[in-house]
Write a new protein. Sequence first.
Length: 257
Amino acid sequence: MPRKLRNFQTGYSYHITTRCNNREFRLARRQCREVFLYAIKKASDKYNFKLYALCIMSNHVHYLIEPAQRDDLPKIMHFLNWYTAMCFNRMLNRTGLFWEKRYYADGFPPNDHDRALNTLRYIHGNPKAAKMRHGFFYDFSNYGSYERLSDDGLTQWHPAFLQLGSSLEECGRKYKGFCNRYKPKKKTLRKSHWGNKLLKRGNFGDSSRSASSPKIPYSPSRLESGGCQVWSSELLTQVVRKFVEANRPEKEAEKRF
């Protein structure tokens, strides 16, 4: 059955979610999340979109993005998913699909400020909802740029945020209060599939293969072949440092990232 065509609109903001295949925690390694920031920089230079929110979790990624043209969003997502999958498969010594099926995309017009603020808060609240953090600050989320009014080099403030007050300081203060009132919904546990129960009863894998073929440890040089020449790039270090330092709590900004 063919996929339903998406009707993207110019000027709309889109909440995008991409998940690792089989919901595996393939982004748990910090190096992967750092490379992801670099990939966003490359995509931004190529397509000149506005990125209002970002949160890179261990098995999925949230964006709030406004493409320059309505037809740009599929191109942006294709580039990001292709580039990151190529890099991560090399880094993790794996093959096959990295991202799960089709990405989620939900858009709203520029005058829907309530929707924008709620989407920003939902994205920024992901680490707290997942109990990864007690608060909203997280190295791979741009929440800090909203509270601290800092420039992380990749994202910018949504116009709805700029309507919260008569000064940037007031906007940041009100958004902080808005986020502090956030109560994440409890996520329902996924029902156990009968296939999972069957697999638990016996060992269907080839244990000798895993014993004789250990995974090759990650090495920066392994990224230098093919199209994924990132780890030797000084630009990657610059992109990551600026983003992380801008989005950490101010007292932690100078810590080694």
